[in-house]
Ligand binder design. Sequence first.
Ligand code: G3H
Ligand code: 13P
Ligand code: ZN
Length: 309
Amino acid sequence: MPLVTSVEMFKKAYAGKYAVGAFNVNNMEIIQSIVSAAKAENSPLILQVSAGARKYASHIYLTKLVEAAVEDSGLPICLHLDHGEDFEICTACVDGGFTSVMIDGSKHPFEENVELTRRVVDYAHNKGIVVEAELGRIAGVEDAVKVNTKDATYTDPDQAVEFVERTGIDSLAIAIGTSHGAYKFKGKPELDFARLEKISNLLPGFPLVLHGASTVIPSFVAECNKYGGKLDGAQGVPEDMLLKAGTYGVCKINIDTDLRLAMTASIRKHFAEHPADFDPRQYLKPARQAIQNMVAHKIRNVLNSSNRL
Ligand code: G3H
Ligand code: 13P
Ligand code: ZN
């Protein structure tokens, strides 16, 4: 079974009103744990690589590890570039074995975003590769102190229709209140479902994407803090909101922070309990299991994607 694009995955997800998990990968253990969970749950799966992950592990190691995961598991996996910021990184990934790329032109003015995205779509479609783009700005850890008015940041529904039509993209990441990292809300978590519903109604059948969708499960934050972490005030998107998003055309949900928290909590606990250990296998093995448990939890309770293959 070779790597696949997300086309069939999204068709089924849209019809079935569930979402496919897109999990960020940076090394072998993370890939193994995510793939084991997806295999056990019989779930569709997207593995995504950020520019930072490419820098950390290198393109070739990550693609070869993912190819090994496909061969070992027999799962139809989609390999996706997360937040490609320019034409060059997208074409490098299209030419370098990825089956899906994201061009994130959301920091540019609308016309520039359209033009850049259109160029990437032309290049990728010519080679059978699909493209995700972003309209509106999803806040991130870097943007936490930046003051943006709600409507300047969130995706405008009418513009979304124009953007999809003019670019020919295969999926669209929208901003409705989620954000990257572990500190998503200062007070009560709130997503703009009225906006999501409007976008979804204006783009029937079209796959939407939610970034910044970690739940930041309080027990994991507590576990990290218990063993020396300092994650006070960390808060994510409640699971029921993500499940609801899956019924409004959101076919892809991005999760990274929750895997980092699970891995880090496990490693912190291991060293607190076994301070003399220095064999990486001794602390990476339980960490790998912790990520696997987290991904299985997501597939069952957030994505609703078990037994969809
Ligand atoms: O959206 C960002 C992802 O969580 C990837 O994070 O750029 O630190 O690899 P990264
Ligand atoms: P989280 O930081 O909420 O896990 O979001 C990850 C993401 O959107 C990757 O593109
Ligand atoms: Zn993202």
